[in-house]
Structure formats: structure tokens, C-alpha cells
Ligand binder design. Sequence first.
Ligand SMILES: [Zn+2]
Length: 222
Amino acid sequence: MAKIDSNLVQESFIKYVKVNTRSDPQSTDTPTTPGQVELAKLIVNDLHEIGVSNTIFDSKSGYAVASLASNVSEDISAIGYIAHLDTADFNADNISPQIHYNYDGKDVVLNEKKQVILSPKSFPKLKRHIGETLITTDGTTLLGADDKAGIAEIIGMLKYYVDHPYVKHGPVYVAFGPDEEIGKGAKQFPVQLFPTEFAYTLDNGDLGEMRPETFNSFTSRN
Ligand SMILES: [Zn+2]
């Protein structure tokens, strides 16, 4: 069985984290920052490029939405996948991703000059990723894996379906939305463009982890 194109996922991820999409709780615009519009449009472009033609940027809500038609004759329910465009309230200027291949389980120097070290002493979970590729910042910004990892995974999934039409699926809807970190994006969700009863949000957590709750990072912070 063919696999998801991990190069595409990594390339998309690196490209998306470089767009500053920090949301702004003070702004009254939708989305609250122009970088989020830039990223949404970039995603729409990329989706067209990989052959997902039914793709739009909804300027009213700030959401990019795409769908794949069912490729089975049975009438089965649609499923949705959602990820957010914005990043948390931390420096996101000039994000410079660093790729560390074949991680050896030791300290990772993010920034020699500023002596920023990513250490398994502080983050014991790092030890679970020995032998894997790590992607980090240069220690001066956030990375934005929350939630550009979610976006890149969804792009990888869509490409997989496009390239492997023998893999059967019902209608698939995906949505990439703004201002999740500040609790504003969900209110704008363009329900009329997303006719699904069920959807998954791809946002953090460990590999293989699934939570049934309706998560809202805004209320859980208060
Ligand atoms: Zn998130």
C-alpha cells in the first residue's frame, strides 16, 4: 500500500511556518492579522497545484475550504478535517526552521550565540524521537507546529487521495481557519461551506492520540 508523501508534508510545513500568522487579540478585523490571509491563499494555491480543484478562500470568514467528491457509489456520510492558520501570542517574525536528521537523543543546540538549548532534561518526551527527524526553530521565535503541522498533514492526506483513486472514500471536506488561539475563529466558521456531521480537528497531541472533546483553547486557558 502506498504511503502519504512525507516529503510533501515536510516541504509544506516548512513553507507554512515561514508565514507569520500570529493572531492579534486587540484587532477587530477578520482575520485579525494579514499573514493569516496570506497563508490561506497560499494553501488554496497549493491545493490547486496538487489537483484539489474544489477549493476556495472565503474572505468573509477568513477560512480556506476544500473538498473531494466521493468516489464510491454508496451514499455515505461526509467527513471533515479542520486545522487553524494562526499561531500563539509569541514572536513569529522571521521564523527560521532548522531540520535535525536522525536525532541522537542528546541536547539540541537551537541557537549557539544565544545559548538556546532544547534538552531532553527539560523535555523527556524528546527521547521518544531518537532516530527521527526533528524540526525546530532557531530559538528566537515559536515554530508554529501548532497548527501548521495539522495543515501539512491534511495537505498530505488530500494528495494521497488524489494520487490513489483506488483508495475509496466518501465526500471529504477540509477547512483551515483563522484566530483559533484567541477564541475568535470558530464563530466565523462557514458552516454552509462544510456540509458534514462529523469532523476531526488536527491540532497537537502525540502521534496516534485522539480526544473526543470539543476543544477550545480560549476557554480552557481561563
Ligand atoms: Zn492549536
